[in-house]
Design a protein around this ligand. Structure first.
Ligand code: ADP
Ligand code: MG
Length: 659
């Protein structure tokens, strides 16, 4: 019998295995290799760097620089683990001034590829050394210009497990361009070129100003960015760190945070740890789930930042992180407060202004609970898919924007039947529905709820009958509510909420709205270099979705075909969001559904009748008929109730007709 408790004996791993383990962390994917090699080129004070990629970097990564080069006696060492020219003693770790310092990159890359390093310092001859699967070759003379050329071939071919987890070459191309772009923003004076599968995808001349570099990288949108302006008294705050950079006005936003570039002492770092501070700086100006475009440079004394916390150095630790983040927040808030922005457009929200703010946020599921189980057939506790989508978009469930809802009252038409009426028993004085959240108001604003479409001018809603009683319009109250008789009940229906809901169902389910339609006048959109790289990688996907795009050069693209529903000015935000969402491998399908929901939602609001719109009986009748084809018609798109129901029974009780 095997003794289970017998200890397994410990063994010192051999160098080769150790190398493989280390390589696992440092070189996770081709873009990571490019990042390490770029860092080396920049550390060598290069002023011109050329990146060449073939098949996502799996076949070839070649980086040529004109930097200081490697002494021929050091070539062997350069490929050894923990051998570096950037550190001498442990104390040096406290103050890192170079991008690299771990001395692992070349050694790790050489374990999982065929690596060649050729180098020629000024005044010396060129020499090269190769390393394959971790085995170093001998040093050979080679003819070359001053600088260093590193070539990586057959990446991960000896590591099938790693290879199996790799993304498509197209995805990797996009990621590689992002890596190069990040470094290019950090080092405007260095010229960068990037050639992918023989095509030149990026050609950035050396520029003396960061503005020029930003223009080259981000295109025209860079001129809309605001210069980060910390408050005047910020210098008095303790601390030697400072922030400079550019941020977008709140009306330019993205669905993801990947157009936020953060640099700590010129090192591109992951931006996520900074998102919260940035969002706080924007206060309530940004919609939930939206992110600004930003290029932010933090200068901090080298001994106040620990770069040695992550093998790929994507994350750094700041000694006074709290103070640094607060400084950023202040700088953003001050920038926005001091730059002229567009006046708050309002005036389209009156229809929902009568609602007071409820004390607590009701979860959307609760709001969506059928009012009466006889009507809906059965009580459901889960919201229908559309509501869940709307809910996640609008964050009705989670925290509502912390801004107080301040709304201006527009005089409403008075009803003539003006006897002093007390509220009915059971008609609670606390609102059933929460007030419009900040996000919803933004959506309404964005939808520019312009003219309304007459319900009778629209095609009848078809679809399942949802077991509603027959309803007969009686009249309209305050030009905002429809009074309807439904069997033994009097219904008070919010006309805007109902129409919006009906339009939403129609738009969401009408697939023909999503059919591709050629545009006589193409929409011109402008893409950043990184976006262009992604677009080129995913052109076929976009075509599947109904878009045809033609590259016009200089970052300009013409959209010559797009889904029918998309208005001219909706094409660009839709495409940009999509572009971000498919930048990594995730299939875009889920995104598409979400975007479709979002658009249907905007358009639903746009054409819906408003409060204060006088309706004819025919129009009311039509709304009530359509209501019968809406699943769960008792909630509007925002999860608020559409109707108040007054059963005859309760009225009788109220007026003492019972017993
Ligand atoms: P690290 O950058 O952390 O020092 P690497 O493995 O990336 O470790 O590189 C090892 C050494 O090789 C570096 O310290 C540097 O001296 C030298 N080296 C690598 N690439 C270049 C380059 N492109 N130009 C000049 N020297 C380089
Ligand atoms: Mg390095």
């Amino acid at each position: 019998m095997i003794k289970l408790s017998e200890p397994k004996r410990i063994q010192q791993l051999d160098e080769f295995t150790i190398g493989h383990i280390a390589a696992g962390e440092v070189v996770e994917r081709p873009a990571q290799v490019v990042k390490e090699l770029l860092e080396n080129a920049l550390d060598a004070s290069s002023t011109s760097i050329h990146v060449e990629i073939e098949r996502g970097g799996f076949d070839l990564i070649r980086i040529e620089d004109n930097g200081s080069g490697i002494h021929e006696n050091d070539l062997q060492l350069a490929l050894s683990r923990h051998a570096t020219s950037k550190l001498r003693q442990p104390e040096d770790l406290n103050e890192i001034h170079t991008l690299g310092f771990r001395g692992e990159a070349l050694a790790s890359i050489g374990v999982v590829s065929r690596l060649t390093v050729a180098s020629r310092p000024e005044g010396q001859e060129g020499r090269s050394i190769a390393m394959e699967d971790g085995i170093k070759g001998s040093i050979k003379p080679t003819g070359m210009a001053n600088g260093t050329v590193v070539t990586v071939e057959h990446l991960f071919q000896n590591t099938p497990v790693r290879l199996g987890f790799q993304r498509r070459p197209a995805t990797e191309h996009a990621r590689i361009v992002e890596v190069v772009v990040a470094h290019a923003i950090a080092h405007p004076s260095v010229a960068f070129r990037c050639t992918i599968d023989g095509r030149s995808t990026l050609n950035l001349p050396s520029s003396s100003s960061i503005e020029d570099r930003l223009y080259d990288v981000l295109g025209g949108q860079s001129s809309n960015l605001l210069v980060l302006a910390p408050p005047a008294n910020d210098a008095d705050v303790p601390g030697d760190e400072s922030w400079t950079g550019y941020i977008s006005a709140p009306d330019i936003s993205r669905g993801k945070g990947d157009e936020i570039h953060i640099f700590v002492n010129d090192r591109p770092v992951a931006s996520t740890p900074f998102h919260q501070a940035i969002r706080r700086g924007y206060r309530t100006r940004l919609m939930q789930g939206r992110h600004p475009v930003a290029v932010l440079h933090l200068r901090v004394p080298a001994n106040e930042v620990d770069v040695n916390v992550h093998p790929t150095k994507r994350e750094v630790r700041l000694r006074h992180s709290w103070r640094v983040l607060e400084r950023l927040e202040r700088a953003i808030a001050n920038t926005l407060a001091t730059s002229p922005t567009q006046p708050d457009s309002s005036g389209e929200l009156q229809e929902l202004e009568g609602l007071a703010q409820s004390e607590q946020n009701q979860p959307i599921q609760e709001l969506l609970m059928p009012v009466d189980k006889e009507v809906q057939g059965q009580k459901q506790s889960t919201a229908p898919p559309w509501a869940l989508t709307a809910g996640t978009q609008l964050n009705l469930v989670g925290q509502v924007a912390d801004e107080a809802v301040e709304l201006t009252e527009k005089p409403r038409p008075q009803s003539i039947a003006a006897s002093a009426q007390k509220s009915l028993p059971g008609l609670s004085s606390t609102p059933v529905a929460p007030a419009l959240s900040h996000e919803e108001r933004d959506l309404h604003r964005h939808a520019g709820c312009g003219g309304s479409v007459s319900p009778t001018a629209e095609s009848p809603l078809v679809g399942g009958e949802y077991n509603l009683p027959a309803m007969e319009p009686l009249s309209q109250f305050a030009d905002s509510y429809i009074l309807a008789q439904a069997g033994e009940e009097l219904l008070l229906i919010d006309q805007h909420a109902l129409h919006e809901r009906i339009r939403y169902e129609r738009l969401r389910n009408d697939e023909s709205l999503w059919t591709p339609q050629p545009r006589l006048v193409p929409s011109r959109i402008e893409l950043t270099l990184a976006q262009q790289a992604r677009m080129e990688s995913f052109l076929d996907r976009f075509q599947e979705l109904g878009f045809l795009l033609e590259k016009q050069g200089d970052g300009q693209w013409d959209v010559t075909q797009a889904p029918r529903l998309l208005d001219g000015d909706e094409v660009e935000p839709f495409l940009l969001d999509l572009l971000q969402d498919i930048s990594e491998d995730g299939a875009p399908l889920e995104t598409i559904e979400r975007r479709k929901d979002h658009l249907a939602f905007l358009n639903a609001c746009r054409g819906a009748v408003k409060a204060n719109d006088t309706l004819t009986i025919a129009q009311m009748r039509r709304l009530l008929e359509d209501m019968r084809n809406v699943p769960n018609p008792w909630a509007c798109v925002h999860g608020r109730p559409t109707a108040l129901r007054l059963p005859l029974d309760s009225l009788d009780k109220h007026f003492g007709r019972h017993g």
